[in-house]
Design a protein. Structure first.
Length: 449
């Protein structure tokens, strides 16, 4: 019997322990009479939309009916951004802080007795791309190499000697530009990385195009070599003269000309340009990774020039011009895999294609056309989408570069104000001036990020 009693006692103790261990610890604390504070985001409105270039003021109303507000904490996407202990409770989100998309904004007010109240809204942010345009602006006695970032100019040369940018390329946060700068009376090809210049040529020369992959810098242009201006291709500063297979005489020749465009696609750097062939005519050529000799692009028996290149998948698009076989006038032309399509007719006009950009099946070409050659009329900046002309200006002007970002078409160039050329770009046909027209200037290339 003692054993049974002992067992019952032990069981009772265990049951008591189990009951104690299962008690609810979440017992409300006694009400101390403190009232919860008020907290409300009064502006902007919930689901308001802003741009990445906007700075956003967030205004918060916080009060406590039976005490004071000790602090208001401000959160962006559940990460605390700032705290204020005094009103007004206004928090500023600097432009560029919020990326494209939806963001959660929260405020938490705490009163002097520790009670809290929160308020939450969502903000929608649309991305605004950064527009980089490069070229030059004269200072009254020399041209200054420049690029403009969203309209703000950055000078790459000091204006002692003339300089200009012909091409721009972005890799991450690095800005590469290529062109030329005079040293005394000698024009030298060079490129700038984040404003630091690198000379490429040793004799008279210029750089027309630049692309970068990882740490490899590829530049195309021209240089005087042994008394002749020849196409040049620089890979990490080492120059190669492009020789061309001349199909007329089935011989490799070294002719006057230039490398005008380079495009990276996969592991290959494709380049194009033109040379003077054995018959004394300029003809376009293309090559890969600086390989020499290059092969000619099919063209007629008149002067023909390749000025720019875009590679999309296995398709190569070359923009340039070829002279009409009947009138001898230049016709803006786009070659797709060697098959030419003329954009201007050359009957009583001259046209030049300076740049090309491809999105899916849409082909955009920039350039200019002098519509009334015999009447000596001005040339006009234009671009063509799938062969359809869009005229950008009604005064003397030229288009030099083109890029498509989303649904927007950006074109760089220049326009004459009656006295000077103004550097500018057009977004969907609406012009944006980069210079004020005091001195001559030109925007020679454009890229949007």
């Amino acid at each position: 019997m003692k054993t049974i009693k002992s067992i019952n006692i032990i069981i009772s103790i265990l049951v008591t322990l189990i009951v104690i261990s299962c008690k609810d610890d979440n017992i409300p604390t006694p009400n101390n009479g403190n009232k919860i504070p008020v907290c409300s985001i009064i502006s902007p409105a919930n689901n308001a939309t802003f741009l990445t270039t906007d700075s956003i003021a967030v205004n918060i109303a916080a009060s406590d009916s039976d005490g004071t507000i000790a602090k208001v904490e401000f959160y962006i996407d559940n990460v605390i951004s700032s705290t204020k202990t005094d009103s007004p409770y206004t928090f500023l989100i600097a432009k560029g802080t919020l990326t494209q998309g939806s963001h959660n904004i929260k405020a938490i007010a705490t009163d002097n007795k520790g009670a809290t109240k929160s308020s939450t809204i969502n903000l929608n942010i649309n991305y605004v791309p950064t527009v980089y345009v490069a070229g030059y602006e004269n200072n009254g006695h020399a041209s200054i190499a420049k690029y403009w970032k969203n309209g703000t100019a950055v000078s790459l040369s000091d204006g002692t000697y003339s300089a200009a940018v012909n091409s721009i390329f972005l890799q991450g946060d690095d800005i590469y530009t290529a062109g030329y700068e005079y040293s005394g009376n000698l024009q030298l090809a060079k490129y700038w990385k984040n404003g630091t210049s690198n000379i490429l040529g040793t004799d008279a020369s210029s750089a027309n195009s630049i692309v970068v992959k990882d740490n490899d810098v590829y530049v195309g242009g021209w240089e005087i070599v042994s008394g002749s201006d020849v196409p040049r291709y620089w890979s990490n500063g080492t120059g190669t003269t492009i020789k061309v297979n001349d199909p007329i005489i089935s011989t490799v020749v070294l002719g006057n000309g230039q490398c005008t465009g380079i495009y990276l696609n996969g592991n290959n750097a494709y380049s194009v340009g033109y040379y003077r062939n054995s018959q004394g005519r300029f003809s376009p050529w293309e090559t890969t990774n600086g390989f020499s000799p290059a092969n000619t692009i099919p063209n007629n028996d008149k002067h023909s020039y390749a000025n720019a290149l875009f590679v999309s998948g296995s398709d190569k698009y070359v923009a340039g011009n070829q002279n009409s076989a009947t009138t001898g006038l230049a016709m803006a032309t786009i070659w797709k895999n060697g098959v030419a399509t003329t954009l201007t007719d050359g009957n009583n006009s001259t046209g030049v294609a300076t740049a090309v950009y491809v999105v899916g099946s849409d082909v955009y070409v920039a350039g200019w056309e002098q519509e009334n050659y015999s009447g000596g009329g001005p040339q006009y900046a234009k671009y063509w989408k799938n062969g359809n002309e869009i005229k950008l200006s009604t005064v003397s002007s030229g288009a030099t570069g083109i890029v498509v970002y989303g649904n927007d078409v950006y074109v760089s160039g220049w326009e004459n104000n009656g006295a000077q050329n103004i550097a500018k770009y057009w977004k969907n046909g609406v012009s944006v001036n980069l210079t004020n027209g005091t001195y001559s200037a030109s925007a020679n290339c454009i890229i949007v990020k």
